[in-house]
Ligand binder design. Structure first.
Ligand SMILES: C[S@@+](CC[C@H](N)C(=O)[O-])C[C@H]1O[C@@H](n2cnc3c(N)ncnc32)[C@H](O)[C@@H]1O
Length: 394
């Protein structure tokens, strides 16, 4: 069994190893404990050509950043490890280490090998670039009804505001935007709905990252598209466009570099992923919504015997269907040369649909490990995921 000091030592060794460390997130609080911070993230940054470790502390309303070098890193990290966080995730060039503290206070450690290492983005002001601050009026947030003219978040809009910042943070965290040389950067937001995230993405790329960008929101709801077009025009954002069409029928003049689909319904997430794969987009980010297609296939199949006690209960059946659908999606993306991770998007208390799948294209070769894993999982469950049907492979 692992002891507390084992897991703290494992975290220290990985985070302090400057040759391999990429980023870490500590989040949640242990049962019966209280903690000021919702989340702390760590990453290496270069300041005046010297390597520092950036500690970003987030609570419900603000975030504070400290940059340290040399011994001060060890001091702050050691203090941090004494706080009662529940979840620890560390990404290095070789593996992702996940540690969760159980209700009984025991650390549960899982480790996954990383096939293609990511290159850390060492810009030290990246976090500042993406965060939208309360108290600073942002014309687009005012226009879409989230902020008042004097920069206050309107009643009932706080969750949306936090979701926007969370989305921008998770996009920035891929560390991939700085690696695109192409100008302008092209992004499409499929199933954009009320388009708060589409406007935020455009603002972030153009103003936060200072990158010329063309962003398109796509949705079947024509009345929403009309309204978004009016707002984009009012803001003078000429490269932000909206198309009233389906994900399947959308045909860009130039294939987008970034494909986003957040809470697009059921198989619309697969339609979006399939488009991104066909276009060879560099980044595909989706937050899946309801999962009906595989649920129906699972219900029509004889249950694999070891899973009889699990699938006896409707709720478990639903959750297994959700997890399997998303697992097949991650395997298909990996198979197609994407580096994939799965992270929490919005806190679980706001919606149970709180996963985000982030995929970054790292190879033009097909990944044979992912292909084998996919075949084994499919053989076991005897299902044909919708995304596989869309991409037409066996
Ligand atoms: C739950 S809303 C999410 C809105 C937005 N992405 C967000 O996260 O705030 C889902 C949106 O996807 C749109 N949608 C669903 N299926 C679609 C499809 N096949 N093509 C285009 N839009 C679709 C719906 O009209 C709806 O506006």
């Amino acid at each position: 069994m692992n002891t507390d000091s084992d897991f703290q030592q494992l975290l220290l060794e990985n985070i302090l190893n400057t040759d391999i460390f990429i980023r870490a997130t500590f989040s949640g609080q242990q049962k019966g404990q209280s903690l000021r911070w919702e989340r702390v993230t760590l990453r290496p940054v270069l300041i005046k050509q010297k390597r520092h470790l950036q500690f970003s502390y987030f609570d419900a309303t603000q975030h504070i950043t400290h940059n340290h070098a040399d011994d001060a890193v060890v001091t702050e990290l050691t203090q941090l490890l004494h706080l009662p966080f529940r979840n620890f995730s560390v990404v290095t060039k070789h593996e992702q280490v996940q540690i969760n503290i159980s209700k009984k206070g025991k650390p549960v450690i899982t480790r996954h090998k990383i096939e293609t290492a990511e290159t850390p983005d060492l810009a030290h002001d990246r976090t500042k670039n993406h965060a939208l601050a309360e108290g600073t009026p942002q014309p687009f947030l005012v226009e879409i009804g989230i902020m008042t003219d004097d920069g206050r978040i309107k009643a009932g809009q706080r969750d949306k505001f936090r979701q926007i910042n969370e989305f921008l943070r998770l996009l920035a965290e891929t560390g991939s935007l700085s690696q695109f040389e192409k100008q302008p950067l092209r992004a499409v937001d499929f199933g954009c709905g009320s388009a708060a995230l589409t406007f935020a993405l455009y603002h972030y790329l153009q103003q936060g990252r200072q990158r010329p960008a063309q962003v398109t929101g796509v949705d079947v709801k024509t009345h929403l598209i009309e309204r978004h077009r009016e707002i984009a025009q009012k803001l003078g954002w000429q490269s932000l466009t909206f198309e009233p069409t389906t994900i399947q029928e959308y045909q860009p003049e130039t294939p987008p570099d970034i494909v986003i689909a957040l809470h697009a319904c059921d198989t619309a997430t697969d339609d979006a992923i399939a488009q991104g794969i066909r276009w060879n987009s560099k980044i595909i980010i989706c937050a899946p919504c309801c999962h009906h297609d595989l649920q129906a296939q699972l219900a029509a199949q004889p249950t694999p015997t070891p899973f009889m006690p699990v699938l006896r209960y409707g709720l478990f059946h639903e959750r297994i269907g959700d997890v399997l659908t998303d697992s097949f999606r991650t395997l298909i993306l990996r198979r197609m040369g994407y580096r994939v991770d799965v992270v929490q998007f919005v806190p679980a208390e706001h919606t149970p649909k709180n996963l985000m799948i982030r995929a970054v294209k790292v190879s033009e070769q097909s990944n044979s490990d992912a292909e084998r894993e996919y075949a084994e999982l499919q053989q076991y469950w005897q299902v044909t995921p919708y995304l596989q049907r869309l991409l037409n492979f066996s």
